[in-house]
Structures are given as C-alpha cells and as structure tokens.
Design a protein around this ligand. Sequence first.
Ligand SMILES: [Zn+2]
Length: 446
Amino acid sequence: MPGEDTRRWFADAAWLGGSELTENVAIESVGARLSSVEPGASPSGAIRLPGVVLPGLVNSHSHAFHRLLRGRTHRQGGDFWLWRQQMYRYAGALTPESYEEVATAVYIEMALAGITTVGEFHYLHHQEGGVPYTDPNEMGHALIRAARVAGIKIALLDAGYFAAGFGGAPLDSVQTRFSDGTGERWLERVDALVAAYRDDPDVSIGIAPHSVRAVPEAVMVSVAGWHDGRLPLHIHVSEQPAENLACLEATTLTPTGVLDRVGLLGPATTLVHATHVSEHDIELIAGSGATVSYCATTERDLADGLGPSAELAAAGVPLAVGSDSHAVIDLFEEMRGIELHARLAGGRRGVFAPEALLAAGTTTGSPSLGFAGNGLEIGSPADFVVIDPDSPRLRGVLGDDGLAGVLFTATATDVSAVFVGGRQVVAGGEHPGWGGARVALEGRGP
Ligand SMILES: [Zn+2]
C-alpha cells in the first residue's frame, strides 16, 4: 500500500516450512506483512539478523495470572484439584488495575521468549458475587492493553463459567467472579468485545466455554447457534480423569461426546489438553477438523497424565501448544514436550518430525486463534524471531540437522530478537518495557 514502510532483513538461516533450515534468506516486509522471502540472497542493503530465523511462536493457551503461582505450589503435594484451590486464592485478589500490571509483565516475558501471539483464555471477569465492573469487559480490555504494551498480538478467548460441576453445582465465592449468571449475558458481553476490536489487526476475539463441567449443556447449545463457526472456540477437555467420570455419570457421554452432541466440534474449535480422550473421541475430533492444544509443561506440572498426541496426529488432528499455567514460559519446551512425552508413553523415539513440532508452535496455532497463517512466506504477517546459534546451549549443534538442533536444544533465553508486524519488539535479548513491568510480579501473594 502507498506510504507503508518497506524493510529488508538478511537471515543467515531460516525455517521456510520444510525439513531443513535454508541458508542466506532475504526477508522483506511492506507494512505489517511479508512481501518477499528469497533464499540464496545477498546481504547487501539488508539489516542482518545474526542467527536462525523462525516464524513468531504462538502460545495458544494462557491464563496470565497463573504466573503468580510459579514456584509456590511444589511442596504441598496433592493433585490438580488442590493446586486449583491455591490458584483460586490468587484469582480472588486481582483487580483490573493489578491484573493489567501482572499481565503486562507476563506478556513481556512471553515476547522475550519469542512469542508473538498469545491466546488468553480469560475467565476472571467480575467482582465477587458476579457483580460486573462499570464496563463488564473491563478485565478483558486490561488484558488487551497489556498485550499492546508488550508488543504482541492477543486472541482474547472469553470464557463462560456457570457451575462448579455437573447438575448445576453452586459456585464458590471465587468462582462467582467467573460467571455472567446467564448464557445471554455472557454472549452480550462477547458481542461487545467483537464490536470493539473488529478493525484491530492485532486483536482477535474468541469464545471459550470453560469446560463441560462448568457450562450447562443448554448454554452450550445456545453458544453453538450464536457461534456458527465464525470465531475461534476454545474449551478445556478431559484434562483430568475425574472430569471424564463425572461427565459419563451425568450424561453417559465423554466430554468430547457432549461437544459433538451440542454442535461445538468443528474446524474453528480448539480442544485444550485432550489428555484422557478415548479412541472414539479421537475419531470425533479428527472428523470435525478441530485442533488440540497440548500444554506439556503444565500437564506434567499438574500430574495430569500423558495425552495421546501420537494417536491424535496419526488421525490427522492439528496440534498447537500452550504454556497454560506458566510454570515455565518456553515454547521450545512445549514443542519438544510433545515428542518427549510420546517417547515416555510409547517407548520409542522419533514419533514426531522436528518440522511437525515447530509447526505446532507456530503455523498451527495462529489460525486456531483467528489470525492468518504465520509461516515465512509472502503475505504472512511479518512476525518472526531470531535464535542465537552462538549461545552456550546451541554452539556447535546446528551443523548437520539444524532444525532438530534448534527444536531439541534451544530455550527461551536463546531468542535474541523478535519482530511483530515488522516492528522490532525484542533486541539483543532485551525488551524495553521489562524494567518497569517486572515489579508487578513481586509481593502479589493472596
Ligand atoms: Zn487452561
């Protein structure tokens, strides 16, 4: 478009979607999109990107405030359900102001880790008792402002939460902050978000029934009619065996079976976790075109179990990744976690090709959040990251199979530069906002 900036970079090596890295790649953008990607190019007239360039990493599942629990829940033992009680104490203490500060620091940590897009599964909407703030979307707006300050794109996946369990079990006092009371009020709130950000290229709005245990079937039916495939739809599914058992008892179906019955399985749907799904569930998911978001570091942190990633992939289900509870924020750990968990489950190595794992952390996640595909190709958003091949972890490992070397060796701290829509967000491994934002992560205990 006339008047838009043209920029040209030169990458020593880049991943263009195949099984190998490509050397000497010139990348050009006009405005926020890539206008040229040229292998075997000359560096003249371009800004050199010293390292391996990858598409921007996409974190498809985040609860920003869970970052406050990091390192604080490991001595108590117990299971997911005890951890959840600890997490609720933090949820109960946040206001729109404090949540914006915390989320800003968390999203800057993400940017520093090479994450250019986050899917924020957002359920902390209201004051205690379910009393809305003056603007019922005040918390959601705060999260979107935080992503802007960090310089990353956000899909706000607005969650509905109505019951503490099947049969309409009453909410506890913290859970009342998650609830709109009725499905109509929830959908009105989401309609207002869609209208507010309709023309914003860096914001996507999605809808997220929290789980089959927290959203009554009648509300899910009304969501299916309202949704009609037009927005990303995310939902937690079968993270815990107890959820499956309660669902079978209440409905005679698995959680995935319930989603199929109410019409919420489709290509716009992303099932988060899918750890304890059955063979029939996998058939239903594959047949619907839905994506599964695998959250390896959270699933092992919370003792959820090993999900059937190999079976899902073999059935053709696209996999994305998420750092979910932010026990760590490192998408390299999430991507290789899919393979390493499959090795533990199946006793064999090499279940996933490195390029399939890298796709899970980049190109699959982006459309599952309602954004365009983000591979390094003409027309994609100019979202990319540079990995330092000279870091203590990567020095000497990128020779024969650089892609596998990056996938199985790199960490978040090896990201040296990050670009979002052609704008540089991280340079020299530093983000200009971190110094001011970091204090928000201290002294936030409930
Ligand atoms: Zn989650």
